[in-house]
Design a protein around this ligand. Structure first.
Ligand code: ADP
Length: 286
């Protein structure tokens, strides 16, 4: 079982010829609304990878369609509560060349309370996983409760914030970073005191470091014609943790995550582009 504590956002995507300059007002060519947020994306990736996933999060009174979308994807939404504030959302503007600017309002994502997390983790068992990123509040409390119940804790340090990393670090089994976040971390500390660190390096691949033995496994990315890399890291993280939670060895879990992300970057969108385990198997066996 994976308990996925994370953000759920309404992504409002506006496509325009060019991004507005300060003071400019533009009409968008198209506007779409879809489910987003790093937490929701990682939950959907883990479910598509074949894990059972309980999402822990919060939405506003305007968020029922997002709860339904998560549930339709197969995520257990029992512990997605309703907060007294609007749901988190993102305004995404994309120009004709694919360049984007994004504004996020965390809203209900930062209105979680520790008692909600205690209740959600009540039935968790040793060997289960807690997966988190840095788009909610209560990460430190959740990590501490999970660890005290024998869960493995995976933390995706995005968006990167050193204080947030420090708060969860004593409880983390697996720290997940992209190349930029890894460089930011190593600037702050020379010894990373976690059992395992996973660093994704875009089209180059990903690296798995066992911090105790110093042993590292490098998994190259598959060479594919990428059209959109939004959410590749979330797809990778969800697949990697699901692989570990369902019994794959790290090297195998990473290879599956790499294949899933390779399929994801060839499709438009974020969560809706995440492939199923059957698609990943077909890709690996082709
Ligand atoms: P983030 O989205 O968090 O910045 P990365 O850019 O490191 O994460 O991408 C995560 C993973 O997605 C990579 O380790 C790789 O496996 C896969 N990936 C990303 N970009 C490409 C690409 N252009 N081609 C193939 N795989 C990719």
């Amino acid at each position: 079982m994976i308990y996925s504590l994370g953000s759920i956002n309404a992504d409002h995507v506006y496509r325009l010829l060019h991004l507005p300059t300060p003071g400019e007002t533009l009409a968008a060519d198209t506007c779409t609304r879809m489910l987003g947020g790093k937490g929701a994306n990682q939950s959907i990736a883990a479910v598509r990878a074949g894990a059972c996933v309980v999402h822990i999060g919060a939405l506003g009174p305007d968020g029922n369609w997002m709860r339904d979308a998560l549930a339709d994807a197969g995520v257990d939404v029992t512990h997605v509560t309703e907060a007294g504030t609007a749901s988190g959302h993102a305004i995404v503007m994309v120009d004709a060349s694919g360049e984007n600017t994004i504004v996020i309002h965390p809203g209900a994502n930062r209105a979680l309370n520790p008692s909600q997390i205690e209740v959600a983790l009540r039935d968790a068992r040793p060997g289960d996983w807690l997966l988190m990123q840095n788009e909610t509040n209560c990460q430190g409390e959740a990590a501490r409760i999970a660890r005290s119940q024998g869960l493995q804790v995976a933390y995706s340090a995005a968006p990167f914030d050193m204080d947030a990393v420090r708060a969860v670090m004593p409880f983390v089994s697996l720290l997940i970073l992209n190349a930029v976040e890894d460089a930011q971390l190593l600037q702050e500390m020379s010894v990373v005191d976690v059992p395992m660190r996973l660093v994704t390096r875009g089209a180059k691949g990903a690296e798995w470091v066992d911090e105790k033995s110093g042993k590292a496994v490098f998994v190259p990315a598959f060479r594919v014609p990428a059209i959109e890399t939004t959410g590749a890291g979330d797809c990778f993280a969800g697949y990697a943790v699901a692989g570990l939670a369902t019994g794959f060895a790290p090297a195998q879990a990473l290879r599956r995550a790499s294949a899933a992300a390779a399929l994801q970057v060839q499709r438009p969108g974020a969560s809706e582009a995440i492939p199923t385990a059957a698609e990943v198997d077909a890709f690996l066996n082709a």
